[in-house]
Ligand binder design. Structure first.
Ligand SMILES: Nc1ncnc2c1ncn2[C@@H]1O[C@H](COP(=O)(O)OP(=O)(O)OP(=O)(O)O)[C@@H](O)[C@H]1O
Length: 615
């Protein structure tokens, strides 16, 4: 496949095959710092582990700079045969010949790039350049190549005070929990509280969004800018970007000259810095940084599917308590391992959400209503990693939601040639709920590392649970379970999830925005959530913030409920959840907490043995 590829990058010297390989190897190591460690740990049990083609990749990265310091383009090239061209223009902030005429094209084309991955219709939106907000937030440069965290990387104090890499455990000690699974569940909740936005952060995002919406509407009457993506679903991590889309009455703003007009306008109004215009991609966008908040913003044009997806995801969040927690943990896990960048084969936020939703909805004990997700987040996280790191048949299955009912289901690859276009059978295919012909993971070619990372996380979590289960009280103190798989760098945060105090105006419907366009949301969420365009019924509205309704189950699930319950009825551990040192038993290292009935010990033991947890 390598011979077929053509790459022409003006100003960048073509590399010899050997050089490319060497460069790639270095990059792969730095992109997946846990790679080697996971490779050692993951027992893939004969599962397909990716073909050789995957590792010979496909990707050329060039971080070299050319010419002025201010101009920087990072090209990510795919292994597909290119047809179109990509035109990436970086408008430098410090460019002296600043062009403030919004009707002209930008002054400099720093590089013309052909054969960019974006041109191959391989991706939806081009988020993945090196200026990524994720990378701005987290600096992983100190990761060792072998993926094994050094003492320094683990935040161990060697020389003077050192910031912890798992700050969510500060003042949140759960080491007295009897059940390790409960400890993990609590840690997951602490992590989510830790990364959830404070009032100030929500206000900042609102201010940025409202300012842009107002200014764009003034610049282009007859258009309206909307927010979609994680900012519109409250699934953003600190430092995540804001995705916006401009929709016009005429529907014809997705063209090169409009992109240049808007980018020049934003710059001239000092609403944007580090502007990049990506004009010839499948989805043309402008990328920039808000100068005040430093938040990264992507603006696309005339595409409503992102708004529709946000509505859909927000419905899922209402009906599936625990989904937000699982998604944020998995996103941070991928981010920590630099496996979240679609442009280098990683898994994007959208795919992560669908995988989590699919997993939870099809989980036998969740779908039968026999466990409460929020009480069992620890076990469910482990099982998520187990499924996608060990058991999932990537060779044969497509992750899908029924387009009519949105019920999660699997399709077989053999019968879906439209979706299954990857060269290798070892590829992840997730059907876009909005477009049955679109495989949203088409660009996630680094499945080999993704699977290893998931499998490794499974193993690390299980090992940690066993270790702590047998540890003395003293040895448990100050320990983190999640810290074995995720880290968080950045400014110290509080543990307040202030989303109930300040409305995220991205969640507001158009009518409400018209009434209160400049709101910073400080009146709180209630007013807005209840007029939320994504909410379609009163039931949904009531469930918005305190979802009390059990997760909906399908008829099929109801039919099997009795059967599953007879196998997996549970012990009520609520009255006895303090840790008392004792000899560890193999069956209670990771235990599901249930609200309904008692589980026979032997059945429980068999269950976990079957799950491969009795190591
Ligand atoms: N491959 C794709 N195909 C179709 N739509 C996509 C695709 N990737 C992203 N989108 C759209 O863009 C939106 C944002 O996607 P993204 O993957 O950035 O998720 P996110 O929730 O914003 O995550 P993050 O916070 O990491 O940016 C999605 O909700 C979806 O509407």
């Amino acid at each position: 496949m390598g011979s077929k590829r053509k790459r022409e990058v003006s100003g960048i010297k073509p590399k010899s095959k050997k050089q490319k390989k060497k460069q790639l190897k270095t990059l792969q190591n730095s992109l997946t710092p846990g790679h080697n460690k996971f490779e050692k740990l993951a027992n893939l049990n004969g599962n397909h582990d990716g073909d050789e083609e995957d590792s010979d990749s496909s990707v050329i990265f060039d971080f070299s700079r050319e010419g002025s310091k201010e101009s920087e383009i990072v090209l990510v090239d795919s292994d597909e045969e290119e047809e179109g061209k990509s035109d990436i223009v970086v408008i430098s902030d410090t460019d002296n010949k600043e062009n403030t005429d919004a009707s002209t094209e930008p002054p400099q084309k720093k590089r013309k790039v052909e054969g960019n991955e974006l041109t191959n219709n391989e991706d939806f939106i081009g988020f993945g350049f090196s200026s990524s907000s994720d990378e701005a937030e987290d600096n992983f440069d100190d990761l060792s190549d072998d993926g094994v965290l050094s003492a320094d990387e683990q935040g161990i104090i060697i020389d003077g005070p050192k910031k912890s890499l798992y700050p969510w455990i500060k003042d949140h000690d759960h080491s007295t929990q009897k059940e390790i699974a409960d400890w993990l569940t609590m840690e997951i909740k602490d992590f989510v509280d830790y990364v959830s936005p404070s009032s100030d952060e929500i206000v900042t995002r609102n201010t940025v969004v409202n300012r842009l919406k107002t200014q764009i509407a003034k610049f282009w009457p007859g258009t309206e800018a909307h927010v979609f993506g994680s900012c519109a679903t409250d699934l953003y991590l600190p430092g995540s970007d804001i995705d916006m889309v401009v929709i016009s009455e005429t529907g014809d703003y997705e063209n090169r000259s409009r992109l240049y007009q808007l980018s020049s306008f934003l710059r001239s109004k000092k609403l944007a810095k580090n502007v990049e215009v990506i004009a010839n991609a499948k989805v043309p966008i402008i990328k920039f940084v808000d100068p005040e908040s430093e938040i990264h913003i992507d603006v696309s044009f005339e595409r409503t599917n992102g708004i529709d997806a946000a509505k859909r995801i927000r419905k899922w969040l209402i009906t599936t308590p625990g989904l937000r927690e699982l998604v944020l943990i998995v996103k941070q896990f991928l981010r920590s391992r630099r496996l979240n960048n679609v442009h280098v084969g990683g898994l994007g936020g959208y795919a992560t959400i669908i995988m989590c939703y699919h997993f939870l909805r099809l989980h036998p004990k969740v779908s039968t209503g026999s466990i409460d997700i929020l009480d069992n987040l620890g076990v469910l996280l482990i099982e998520f990693f187990e499924l996608y790191g060990r058991n999932f048949s990537y060779d044969n299955l497509i992750i899908s939601l029924d387009p009519n009912t949105e019920e999660p289901r699997y399709l077989t690859k053999g019968t879906n040639a439209v979706l299954n276009t990857a060269r290798s059978t070892f590829s992840i295919v997730i059907q876009d709920p909005a477009d049955p012909r679109n495989n949203i993971t088409r660009s996630s070619y680094n499945l080999r590392d993704l699977k290893k990372a998931f499998g490794g996380a499974y193993q690390l979590l299980v090992e940690k649970c066993y270790e702590l289960n047998g540890a003395s009280y003293k040895d448990r103190l100050g320990q983190s379970i999640l810290g074995d798989i995720i880290r968080f760098k950045g400014k110290e945060r509080d543990f307040n999830d202030d989303r109930h105090k300040v409305v995220n105006t991205a969640l507001v419907n158009h009518e409400s925005e018209e009434e209160d366009e400049e709101s910073d949301g400080l009146e709180g969420n209630d007013k807005y959530y209840f007029s939320d365009m994504t909410v379609e019924s009163d039931t949904d509205l009531d469930a918005k913030y305190i979802p009390k309704e059990p997760t909906p189950v399908t008829n099929k699930a109801k039919d099997t409920k009795k059967l599953v319950e007879s196998f997996l009825s549970l012990e009520d551990t609520e009255n006895d959840d303090k840790y008392e040192p004792k000899e560890p038993e193999e069956d209670d290292a990771v235990e599901i907490k249930r609200s309904k009935s008692n589980l026979d010990k032997e059945i429980r033991r068999d269950y976990w043995r079957q799950k491969g947890l009795d190591m």
